[in-house]
Write a protein that binds this ligand. Structure first.
Ligand SMILES: Cc1ncc(C[n+]2csc(CCOP(=O)(O)OP(=O)(O)O)c2C)c(N)n1
Ligand SMILES: [Mg+2]
Length: 904
């Protein structure tokens, strides 16, 4: 077995040619071929004289072996209910230049598959059993010889494992419970959707095996994501959620928590601990929306956060498991994004076990209309991850594949896929008629016995379990379900289970009162100065690019001379949090330097490209600062960070969009998770989204973070939306995120222009006192003179006040609304009350009428005759040329400053 063959599916002439090249110069061929020919020459030395003919035949047999290894999966018996498609060329002997008459010839090539020199018949028999029965394996494309060798050892040498009678009875019980639970639901809740797993019941023993085997190999925490199919079954049979609680949800009872809208039962998350071989193992099922595959990145983020917080990043200890549908895994692009994260330093989680509950259909759509690839799992090949296709009717094959998969994951920390090929017993949901769309298939399925029945039929003749004993097991389980059913009748409400309770201990649910006054987030000036010097000083004795030295010396000067710009204030906010023991994690495209070259959180030395992160040089007791440039994805990356935030309430988790515009690639994450997660699933998140926003003449796509969308979704205190105008307020806003006893997602429309704006600077005193100001009154205005109070937000304030100064306007006050949601009504009222002579209130914004905060403000200030000054309504977010931008801005000024002249 040490002799791994590198023989491709090339023909023998090509191998001959390679051999000739090798004979001339052993170094002229690939290392794999070189090893192969060395081994071959060694064995040739012990052969008889008739080398040429034997040599040719041996090569043909090796080629046949390789044919099975690479293409055997195309000729398996993995489909329980349909004939497979036919593939050419087949693995017939004739396709390898061999004949039936060779079957009894002894070939040394048998050594390659661990049989020793043996007949071709024995070799073919072994290959058939290994590669063409209930398991099809795709792995030969892996370019790491060690991995290929490991896999060959696991599948060719081990072949079919023998399980003990006790194990077999256990597998039977798991299958039986999977089927019986569905049957019980069908009986008690006729016609209700449950998204039955029937047809792929093997999912339950597969998950059990992942947990048992994984725990044996060191996993302490399994973090799972799955869609609707089989979720209730998984919750009770894997997560040990009491059936009575599921029954209560079926009965549609209200939840036992106030102000919580809840979600359908097959979306709810769950956390629990189970005992495996005397060890406590934690199991987490991530809540998820209907949007298929959206939970994938969230599972990754949760896993990474758990690794960071609990296991010092020991990849052995946490194992993500994602369960996919066959149509979804092939169709949804986010799967690709997630897979691309697997080996990246900012995102890796040590390999995910992907299981596909492949029922060969997506709603009404046949697999032939769902994908162009042969397999639904072909995405796995992007990262050369191995794939097992297993007949879900053959539970022992499923267990075998899963055991290998878990061991592989633990050994190589790489993704691995298990495609459980079964069928869907009923329609998409239980009220659906599948015969409309798949009449023939459903005739076959109607006659097909369920997997536990098929299994018992194999166990009876083996003397493992009698029909009577099986019946007793079924009765006992049914009895248990009945008792649970009765118990559910005694409960008035459905129970809300706290997700990740341990991590969230001590946190409360926020109320409106929590937002009525500022939170003190100040830090003594001395401390700020000390930290500021640390973050702005590069370690000595290294060479830095000249411009970097200048940036850092300017930063140091800004801090010591009280002229802090945006970047310095942001870094200082992080430094203070790190010092207080809060880890900070930031990811997004190009965040290390910062898209606008303003952050420079990671500095590379000029000669060796060593990475210097001054935020990690604050002192021994500081928490860790992690910043990673992300892959070029929004959907999966934002999902990842949301997942990360779900498991790390004590840390600050930030995602920064390159420009705010690009966040819409992650709209599902915003709509389904960030804005609605707390309401649907009672989970909190302190995630911060930084969305660079502002009209600066850069065109339709580099201007808007689509504030209007977030404001439209703002309700039930679900998120915080801010558009700050000073570095100090940004500092306090970031610090506030961790200073309260609840967590809320924070959406910040962060600046571009203000990053280097001479007047957008703050002093250390601004940071050493108070906290985040939801509303900033006009510091210049003389209250008595003010006739028009202009409410505005963000950088527009600077442009508007400069224009007012240019025009000599002194009867308008410019009040900044720094937090748009939760709406700071009291704070706005207090400021407005100061302007006793005001005749009107205006909301002015740079965005078009149908965008920005205008419509939201008009709604919030209903009854106040708020006047809107905006760009005209537009289809694209901004105009395409700088000139048109300036023209529109000018029109806006004319519109706004007409109120300066108006006296009435
Ligand atoms: C992103 C998204 N698009 C559409 C749907 C509607 N939908 C729900 S289930 C389903 C079919 C899923 O098929 P598959 O992934 O094979 O899972 P199965 O139901 O067969 O287990 C569709 C299209 C959805 N939930 N999510
Ligand atoms: Mg399906």
């Amino acid at each position: 077995m040490d002799n791994i063959s590198y023989v491709g599916n090339a023909d023998v002439n090509a191998i001959d040619h390679l051999y000739k090249m090798y004979r001339q110069d052993p170094e002229s061929v690939d290392i794999g071929w070189k090893r192969f020919f060395e081994g071959f020459e060694f064995s040739k030395a012990n052969y008889d004289e008739d080398v040429p003919e034997n040599f040719q035949k041996e090569l043909k047999v090796l080629n046949l072996i390789n044919g099975y290894r690479t293409r055997g999966h195309l000729f398996t018996k993995t489909n329980p209910v349909r004939e497979r498609r036919q593939y050419e060329p087949t693995l017939e002997l004739s396709n390898f230049g061999l004949e039936d008459s060779d079957l009894d010839t002894v070939f040394k090539a048998g050594e390659e598959v661990g049989l020793g020199a043996t007949t071709l018949r024995a070799i073919v028999d072994h290959l058939q059993k290994t590669y063409c029965q209930s398991i099809g394996i795709e792995f030969m494309y892996m370019n790491n010889p060690q991995k290929v060798k490991w896999m060959l050892n696991a599948i060719e040498l081990a072949n079919r494992p023998t399980f003990t009678n006790e194990q077999k009875v256990e597998f039977y019980s798991q299958l039986m419970q999977a089927s019986e639970f569905e049957g019980f639901l069908a009986k008690k809740f006729v016609g209700q959707k449950r998204f039955s797993i029937e047809g792929v019941e093997a999912l339950i023993p597969a998950l059990k095996t992942i947990i048992n085997k994984g725990a044996e190999k060191g996993v302490e925490s399994f973090i799972m994501g799955m869609a609707h199919r089989g979720r209730l079954n998984t919750l009770t049979n894997i997560f040990e959620k009491r059936p009575k609680d599921i029954f209560n949800e079926f009965k549609g009872k209200e939840f036992d928590a106030e102000d919580f809208d809840g979600d359908v039962k097959y979306h709810l998350g769950y956390t629990t601990k189970v005992n495996k071989s005397g060890k406590e193992v934690s199991l987490t099922l991530c809540p998820n929306p209907s949007h298929l595959e959206a939970v994938g990145p969230v599972v990754q983020g949760l896993s990474r956060a758990t690794l960071d917080a609990k296991y010092s990043n020991d990849l052995n200890k946490v194992c993500p498991v994602i369960i996919h549908g066959d149509a979804a895994v092939a169709g949804q692009g986010v799967v690709y994004e997630v897979i691309q994260m697997a080996a990246l330093k900012g995102y890796k989680t040590g390999g995910t076990i992907h299981i596909i509950t492949n029922n060969q259909v997506g709603f009404t759509t046949n697999f032939t209309d769902s994908r162009s690839s042969i397999y639904c799992t072909d995405i796995a090949k992007t990262t050369l991850a191995p794939v097992f296709h297993v007949n879900a009717d053959d539970v022992e094959a499923v267990i075998q594949a899963v055991e290998i998969a878990v061991a592989y994951r633990q050994e190589f920390k790489q993704d691995i896929f298990i495609d459980l090929l079964g069928y869907r017993k009923y329609g998409h949901n239980e009220g659906d008629e599948p015969k409309f769309t798949q009449p023939n298939l459903y005739k076959a399925i109607a006659k097909h016995k369920n997997p536990s029945e098929l299994y018992i039929e194999t166990l009876i003749p083996q003397g493992v379990l009698s029909r009577e004993d099986a019946k007793k097991k079924i009765d006992a389980y049914q009895n248990f379900l009945e008792i649970e059913f009765d118990a559910s009748a005694k409960q008035e409400k459905a129970t809300v289970f706290n997700f990740m309770e341990e991590e969230w201990k001590g946190m409360k649910t926020a109320t409106a009162a929590d937002f009525e006054q500022s939170v003190d987030t100040s830090i003594p000036k001395k401390k700020l100065l000390e930290l500021g010097k640390k973050i702005a000083t590069l370690p000595e004795g290294k060479t830095y690019f000249r411009k970097i030295q200048k940036i850092f010396s300017d930063r140091l000067e800004a801090i010591t001379t009280d002229q802090l710009d945006w970047g310095s204030a942001e870094m200082l906010a992080y430094a203070t949090l790190l010092e207080e023991g809060h880890p900070v994690r930031i990811t997004g495209q190009d965040v290390e330097r910062g898209t606008f070259s303003h952050r420079h959180a990671v500095v590379k030395t000029e000669d060796t490209e060593e990475e210097i992160v001054t935020l990690n040089l604050l002192g021994d007791k500081q928490a860790r600062f992690s910043i990673y440039n992300s892959l070029l994805s929004e959907y999966a990356v934002l999902g990842f960070e949301y997942g990360y935030s779900l498991a790390s309430p004590k840390g600050l988790t930030i995602w920064e969009a390159q420009f705010g515009d690009f966040y819409n690639g992650a709209q599902i994450m915003v709509d389904q998770f960030i804005t609605a997660g707390e309401d649907k699933w009672s989970v909190q998140s302190g995630l911060v989204m930084l969305l660079p926003h502002g009209y600066e003449g850069q065109g339709a796509e580099h201007s808007s973070g689509r504030m209007e969308r977030f404001l439209q979704q703002a309700a039930d205190l679900n998120i915080q939306v801010a558009n700050t105008s000073t570095p100090a307020n940004h500092f306090h806003l970031l610090r506030r995120q961790l200073s309260r006893s609840f967590r809320k997602p924070l959406v910040v429309f962060s600046p571009k222009m203000l990053l280097r704006y001479p007047t957008a600077v703050s002093s250390l005193d601004d940071m050493a006192k108070g906290g985040f100001q939801e509303v900033i009154d006009d510091p210049q205005a003389k209250a008595a003179n003010i006739e028009t109070v202009v409410l505005c937000t963000g950088k527009f304030y600077y442009e508007a006040t400069e224009k007012a100064a240019e025009l000599g306007v002194d009867n308008m006050a410019f009040v900044r609304v720094e937090q748009l949601y939760p709406f700071p009504e009291k704070q706005i009222e207090a400021v407005l009350a100061k302007y006793k002579n005001k005749k009107r209130i205006v909301w002015a914004q740079e965005e078009p009428e149908n965008m920005g905060a205008w419509q939201y403000m008009a709604m919030r200030m209903r009854g106040k005759d708020l006047i809107g000054v905006t760009r005209p309504a537009a289809a694209a977010a901004a105009e395409g040329s700088k000139e048109l931008h300036l023209k529109r801005l000018n029109a806006l000024w004319n519109n706004l400053f007409q109120y300066a002249a108006v006296k009435a």
